[in-house]
Design a protein around this ligand. Structure first.
Ligand SMILES: [Zn+2]
Length: 111
């Protein structure tokens, strides 16, 4: 496992043997970085792919919402519109559930 350093100013996590000369996000100097201990680093690595999957779900949901909106706009018949509106509402739930999950991860250092 590589070393992880966290910027105490903005929370950016850097991977490397040493802290960066300047934070890529906020520009804070190396001394503002603290080395994450093994437990903290494991949380970051173990949650990386899962967080990406949540983000992918959020992205795909947003794309599907656009598809639903197209269907609603075409307005072929009332049942179709109803189905697209229902799907759009369900996609909102999928998106928000993943966002809430991500927020939970952020608060527990899983990012
Ligand atoms: Zn920073």
């Amino acid at each position: 496992m590589k070393k992880l350093w966290k910027c105490s100013v903005c929370g950016f996590i850097w991977e490397g043997e040493q802290a960066p000369e300047a934070c890529p996000k906020c520009g804070a100097p190396a001394e503002k970085f603290t080395l994450l201990d093994e437990e903290q680093a494991a949380k970051v690595y173990n949650s990386d792919r899962t967080n990406d999957i949540h983000m992918e779900l959020i992205e795909l949901s947003a794309k599907m919402v656009k598809v639903c909106e197209e269907g609603i706009a075409i307005n072929l018949d009332p049942m179709c519109v109803k189905a697209f509106e229902a799907a759009k509402n369900e996609l909102w739930i999928i998106k928000q559930r993943s966002k809430a999950e991500l927020e939970g991860h952020m608060n527990k250092g899983k990012w």
